[in-house]
Design a protein. Structure first.
Length: 380
């Protein structure tokens, strides 16, 4: 416990009127720190247990189990005049997307910011607070039950400090970034994070991420896509994890087998008897649908992995990225994430076109790393 915790001002909000009043107050402020606590052990959607908001003084704990009018908070989360500050916010996005139907805008992520402020990648909240405030945060309540009522005093204090400290760190981190002229870079990455979240949440956009999907022929790929999208819809409908419907490996196996009868379905990898009983008929219908298509309606083949000969090029580009990151004093992982190296390597190795719609390859990165990589290695 820290002496600074003793005067902690915690407000519990458990009715619609109080929430609306607080949202009116926050709407007048330039910045608020936000965090959420949720449970997600056996469901598709997160079950929100608590929402915390602070301006650096009062910690307001919002009880989502007692509130049913969310319009004031929804309006706040998309209020363009109020910056919403999070730390490692990808899961918080999921909470607000589910609860409010919106993503916080504008928002700022201190974990992203610290990759530029001190070149530390994926810094934990505990280390962030110690870095700026020299306070050791107690994380004993991290995995406690946030759906129980009443919450313990320890839970409330833990939740409150998450946002009170975050609100204090934010202006300090911003000052470091402005001194390095990198605040705009961080804001670009925050927007890119939102884009990536939306891509990951859309099965139409990420079905081809199933491991070794590239090995499947066009008909199998078409079935994989149909099954992947159906599985997401079914998981949402039943509110269970996607793997409880069918695992990725099972989808791939079914796409390889292209079963036309139940015995063939039973031979799919890692499929359970229960899954077969519940979803077997659906699988057969999807196979029949694919078999009715003409070859020119099939999914196009996916890119095969780069050959081993591209390994040296990949290593050289990674080394170049590290050098550039060191020169700028930022985390190399922030400079260019690993999966974004692949399109550059492919372009340089075999001339594959680069998708310039990907925000992670545009903005400040285009000038600072993408163009320099292309210029240097095109000449190699």
């Amino acid at each position: 416990m820290n002496d600074q915790d003793d005067a902690l001002n915690i407000v519990w909000v458990a009715d619609n009127t109080s929430l609306a009043t607080w949202c009116d107050y926050w709407a007048q402020l330039p910045v608020i720190a936000v965090d959420t606590e949720f449970i997600r052990r056996s469901t598709y959607f997160p079950i929100t247990g608590l929402i915390q908001i602070s301006e650096g003084d009062k910690a307001v704990l919002i009880d989502p189990l007692a509130i049913d009018e969310w319009q004031p908070l929804k309006a706040l989360m998309v209020n363009p005049s109020v910056m919403k500050v999070f730390h490692a916010c990808s899961e918080d996005m999921d909470v607000f997307d589910r609860l409010l139907g919106v993503l916080p805008t504008p928002f700022y992520d201190t974990q992203i910011g610290e990759a530029y402020a001190s070149a530390q990648w994926s810094l934990s909240y505990v280390k962030l607070i110690f870095e700026y405030l020299q306070i050791a945060v107690d994380k004993d309540e991290t995995r406690s039950d946030w759906l129980q009522r009443p919450l313990t005093e320890a839970q409330k204090r833990y939740a409150a400090l998450d946002v009170v400290y975050l609100a204090k760190v934010y202006p300090m981190q911003i000052a470091r970034l402005e001194a390095k002229n990198m605040l705009d870079w961080v804001m670009e990455d925050c927007e890119s994070l939102k884009w990536q979240y939306q891509m990951n949440a859309d099965p139409e956009q990420n079905w081809d991420g199933v491991k070794t999907a590239w090995r499947l022929p066009p008909a199998g790929l078409t079935l994989l896509r149909l099954l992947f999208i159906w599985r997401d819809e079914q998981a949402r409908k039943e509110d269970v994890p996607k793997g409880q419907i069918l695992k990725d490996r099972t989808l791939w196996s079914l796409a390889k087998i292209m079963p036309t009868h139940h015995k063939a379905i039973s031979e799919a990898e890692e499929i359970t008897g229960r899954q077969h009983r519940l979803y077997g008929e659906t699988v057969l219908k999807k196979v029949a649908l694919v078999n009715e298509l003409s070859a020119d309606e099939y999914q196009r083949p996916l890119e095969i992995p780069l050959p081993s000969q591209a390994g040296e090029l990949t290593k050289a580009i990674k080394s170049f990225v590290r050098e550039r990151a060191d020169a700028l004093d930022i985390a190399p992982e922030a400079m260019m994430k690993r999966k974004l190296l692949d399109p550059l390597v492919r372009h340089l190795f075999d001339g594959t076109d680069i998708d310039w719609q990907n925000p992670a390859l545009t903005g400040w990165r285009r000038k600072e790393i993408v163009d320099p990589v292309l210029e240097k290695f095109n000449k190699s």
